[in-house]
Design a protein around this ligand. Structure first.
Ligand code: CMX
Length: 141
């Protein structure tokens, strides 16, 4: 399989409000807005850095995967996400190659993308997300 590009880098935070000025003003990245992602029990905020986004992830519920991550490891880098075409075919290829998927079928993510995670124990300690934009003609490529 091959990925098309790096889509975003996810950072786990306790409070988007506390960090927004650092990314938008200190670093000067373009703030693109916030979005609730109920399927993942997070609120996300996106900042554009060239062709890549920084995604801040704040848990919205105590049983969110990001809440568990914050409790165990604290704030910081959480995952990397790659843009792919035909996400179900990419998931099937990875499974056939022996990789452990958290999601064996795509789930709805932010920006109307379909997403699926590899388990970090299978991807050498890096939680890795595949994402397929709703349309390859949008800015989400
Ligand atoms: N990066 C690297 N390793 C991670 C990790 C991460 N983000 N999150 C957990 N781990 C490691 C833990 O450190 C732990 O390792 P050890 O056993 O060596 O201590 C192991 O994975 C298991 O972790 P856990 O704390 O016991 O938690 P769970 O197994 O219950 O859940 C995971 C871990 C990755 C399966 C779960 O967090 C998950 O399903 N993640 C995918 C969904 C997600 O993260 N959604 C939020 C983002 C949504 C978005 O971008 O829209």
């Amino acid at each position: 399989m091959s990925v098309k590009s790096l889509n975003h880098i996810g950072i786990a935070v306790r409070s988007i409000d506390d960090q927004q000025a650092y990314y938008a003003e200190t670093l000067g990245l373009e703030f693109e807005g916030r979005e609730d992602v109920p399927s993942q029990k997070v609120c996300v905020a996106f900042f554009r850095a060239g062709d890549v986004r920084i995604e801040l992830l704040e848990p919205t519920e105590s049983d969110s995967p990001v809440a568990k991550f914050l409790d165990k490891r604290g704030e910081g880098l959480h995952h990397i996400a790659f843009t792919v075409d035909d996400i179900q075919a990419r998931i099937d290829e990875l499974k056939e190659s022996g990789f452990r998927m958290i999601d064996e079928a795509p789930r709805p993510g932010s920006h109307q993308m379909q997403i699926a995670f590899l388990h970090p124990k299978s991807s050498f300690g890096v939680l890795t997300e595949l994402c397929e934009p709703a349309s390859v003609t949008t800015d989400d490529q």
